[in-house]
Design a binder for this molecule. Structure first.
Ligand code: AP5
Ligand code: MG
Ligand code: ZN
Length: 215
């Protein structure tokens, strides 16, 4: 099963990904996480991606698609995958459709988490992420039990460089211009399932599972 989580920065894609991928029995693949891992490890890909990620721009399609398809070749994706943060342009969506076709597969469902701009800005300003396991917290909406420490693994929490206000603004305008057209792309393909993202995380999770037929 090939599932896509679509929505603006801060919509809650990363927050909901563990629940949805576990229920579906598929691997969670987040291109943002893959880029951050490559940047941290100073790989060749990381060096090329860094300047784009730092200013909240999209990494060029060619690099991104190649990285994603390499990831889909790993054995843990055999039962399927939940894509988080990919595709982000119509060209990426077409490249994905082509690559899946070549494997006798297709995108099954696109879960669109709809959240307005003001809410997203409030969320990203207070986000803390675990350095070790990637779990996501919010200083007001979902604080960790011990400040600065991950509830799940005890890892150190940090604030992402691209959550600075000016970078967030840029990420939002990039979303509106380049990624929002995917809502229509997948609606026309009859694959779009929309969920109201402006509820608490638990309610959003329930709605996602229901929409995807996983509950
Ligand atoms: P990426 O890491 O994908 O960032 P993003 O899309 O901007 O999404 P976020 O991770 O910021 O938001 P999210 O929806 O996961 O929200 P979260 O669950 O954390 O990409 C980063 C960069 O990598 C891009 O800018 C680009 O440079 C590059 N990149 C990645 N993919 C690419 C691609 N395909 N092509 C080209 N470039 C690419 O939640 C946010 C906060 O809200 C948290 O604090 C959370 O606790 C809180 N929260 C979540 N849900 C709720 C709720 N229901 N109520 C209250 N608070 C909530
Ligand atoms: Mg995320
Ligand atoms: Zn952790």
């Amino acid at each position: 099963m090939i599932l896509i989580l679509l929505g603006p920065p801060g919509a809650g894609k990363g927050t909901q990904a563990a629940l949805v991928s576990q229920q579906a029995g598929v691997a969670h693949v987040a291109t943002g996480d893959l880029f951050r891992e490559n940047i941290r490890n100073q790989t060749e890909l990381g060096k090329q991606a860094k300047a784009f990620v730092d200013r909240g721009a999209l990494v060029p399609d060619e690099l991104t698609v190649r990285m994603l398809l390499d990831r889909l070749d790993r054995p843990d994706t055999q039962k399927g995958v939940l894509l988080d943060g990919f595709p982000r342009t119509v060209d990426q969506a077409k490249a994905l459709d082509d690559a899946l076709k070549g494997r006798g597969q297709a995108v099954d469902k696109v879960l669109y988490i709809n959240v307005g701009e003001e809410e997203v800005i409030a969320r990203l300003g207070g986000r803390w992420t675990c350095r070790q396991c990637g779990a996501v917290y919010h200083q007001v909406f979902s604080p960790p039990k011990t400040p600065g420490r991950c509830d799940q693994c005890g890892g150190e929490l940090y604030q992402r460089d691209d959550d600075k206000p000016e970078t967030v603004r840029n990420r939002l305008s990039v979303y509106t211009q380049q990624t929002a057209p995917l809502v229509d792309y997948y609606r026309q393909a009859g694959k779009l399932l929309e969920v109201n993202g402006e509820q608490n995380a638990e309610a959003v999770g329930k709605d996602l599972l229901k929409a995807a037929g996983l509950s």
